[in-house]
Ligand binder design. Structure first.
Ligand SMILES: [Mg+2]
Length: 179
């Protein structure tokens, strides 16, 4: 089976790194659980959380320093024994090389890095997609394919259509995929 794997929020703990950056720069402390949406505004600034994704996509050091999400490394190693793994992220093109270096340095196996995922990841030629974005997951399922929503504080309030499995961590992902 060909499995599409999102990076931020599935493999990489991006929000904690962004929150640490915000604290260093603005002295504002925001807990991960408070990020119920990427449009959450950052106190004392005129910015919201999403703007820091765009900014730090262009910072290879930020990308290379990210922690893997619990269970992601071992989960990907197990999946790789049975399936073809396609890395499918909305990160900007300039983040591609640092992201591949990050995957390698963390020992995360994959078969292909999809450079142009397209709108809602429609160009990702996978039979199933693992992603933390409800909109992306919904669109993937509407295109006749399968998807697993990776649960995070920022998708907890979303109404998920019936029949779309939700994974509370990597153990659930593996179970959904029959491993
Ligand atoms: Mg994501």
């Amino acid at each position: 089976m060909r499995i599409g794997i999102d990076v931020d929020g599935v493999l990489a703990a991006r929000i904690p790194a962004i929150l640490a950056l915000i604290e260093r720069r603005h002295g504002v402390s925001i807990a991960r659980e408070e990020v119920t949406d990427w449009s959450v505004s950052v106190p004392t600034t005129d910015r919201d959380i999403s703007s820091y994704f765009a900014e730090t996509d262009a910072d290879p050091e930020h990308i290379r320093a990210l922690d893997p999400i619990d269970g992601a490394v071992e989960g990907m190693r197990r999946l790789a024994r049975h399936h073809t793994l396609l890395i499918a992220t909305y990160r900007k093109p300039e983040a591609a090389e640092p992201t591949m270096e990050w995957l390698d340095s963390n020992g995360i196996p994959y078969d292909r890095y999809v450079r142009d995922v397209g709108e809602r990841k429609r160009n990702v030629r996978a039979t199933v997609l693992v992603d933390d974005s409800p909109r992306t997951v919904r669109a993937f399922v509407e295109s006749g394919r399968e998807a697993i929503l990776f649960r995070q504080p920022w998708n907890r309030q979303e109404q998920i259509p019936d029949g779309i499995p939700v994974a509370d961590g990597w153990a659930d992902v593996l179970e959904e995929l029959g491993l």
